[in-house]
Ligand binder design. Sequence first.
Ligand code: GAF
Length: 377
Amino acid sequence: MSIQSKFTEIFGLAPDLVTAAPGRVNLIGEHVDYNDGFVLPFAINARTYCALRIREDSRIRIASKQEDGTAFEAEISSLKPLTGPVWTRYILGVIWALEVKTGVEIFVDSEVPTGAGLSSSAALECSVAIALNEILTLNKSLQELARITQRAENEFVGVPCGIMDQSISLMGKSGHALLLDCRDLSTRQIKVDFETFGLKLLIVDTRAHHALVDGGYAERRAQCEEVARELKVKALRDLTLNELEVARGKLKEINFKRARHVISEIARVHDAVTALEANEFETFGRLLTDSHTSLRDDYNVSCPELDVAVDTALANGALGARMVGGGFGGSAIALIKDADAGKIGAAIEHAFKDRGFKAPRFFDSLPSDGAQVLNSN
Ligand code: GAF
C-alpha cells in the first residue's frame, strides 16, 4: 500500500504532501562534530518517508508504520520536551522546534534500520522538517533546518547529539560525500566514485547495541569540553596536536587521550579528502583504519563486535575499515574490492558465529540525495 493510501486509511483524508529524508554513513570524522570539527558523511539510499496534512484546528495526530500505525494525539499548545513515548518525540520535537502553530497529521514509514548507527533518528526528523518547511512556506535554509532538528533532538528527545546527522540527511548529494565544517556549517561536495575503480563500501550492521551508548556519548562530550575549557580554546578544533602534547601534564590522562582522538581525526578528514580527490584509495583506506584504531584506543567507543568486523575485513583484503557513528555497537564500514565482497561477507559471518555474536547484516549504498519533497497535492 502506498504511503498516501495508508495515510488516508488512518486519518480519513489524503495528505497534502509526501517527503523523504535519508540515513547516512560517515566516511570519516567521528566524534568531532560537537568539537566544531570537520566530517565527511554521505546520505544512503535508505530513507524515511513522511506524509503530512495541515489541519484547521490545533490537534496533532501522528502515526508510524514501525509503531503499528496507531495514531498518537496531542494538543499543539501542550507539547512538552522529554515527555511521551520516545518515537513520538522525534516528530513532536520538530513541530515544537519549528514553532508550528497549527494542527497537523503525520504518518511516517522508514527504510532506515533503527539501532544500526545509520541515523534513523535524523532521517525521521528531517523528513518532518522538510515537509513542514514546504507546506507552511517557512523558507528556512538547509543550515537552519539542521540546527532546528538538532535542537529538537537535544532538547525535546533528550539526546545530546552533534550536527552531523541532520546536516547530511538534509544536504546529501548523489555521487558525493559532504565535507561539512561543523562550526559554521559551510560545505563542499566531494565526489565519491569507488565503482569505477572496482571498489565498494561495505556496510556491516553488527546488530550489537551496548548499554553504554547514552551515558558514554554524553561523558565523551563533557571530557572534550573540559579540555577546551582548561586550555582556553572555544573547541578542540582550535588546538593542534603539538599544543595538546605541550599541555599534557595539565590534563587528566583520559582527557588527553580523548582530545588526541578528536584533533588527529580532524586532520585525517582533511587527508582523506585529499586522497579521495587524487583517487588514492590505499591512502584513503589506511586513514579509515587509523580512525578506527584511534576510536578504539583513545576514545574507547568501539566494542568486540565492531572490532571483529573491522579486523576480519582487513584480514581478508579490505583497503580500510572502521566503526561509524556513536559507537558501542551499530555499524562498521569497509572499503573493499568489489570482487572480494562475497569472501569478506562470509568471513565476517563466520567470525561472528564463532564468537557467539548475533548474525550481522550487510548493506551497500552509493552516496544518495538528501531530503526531498516527493509530491504535493
Ligand atoms: C552520533 C551523533 F548523533 C552525531 O552527532 C555524531 O557525534 C556521531 O555520533 C559520532 O561522530 O551519530
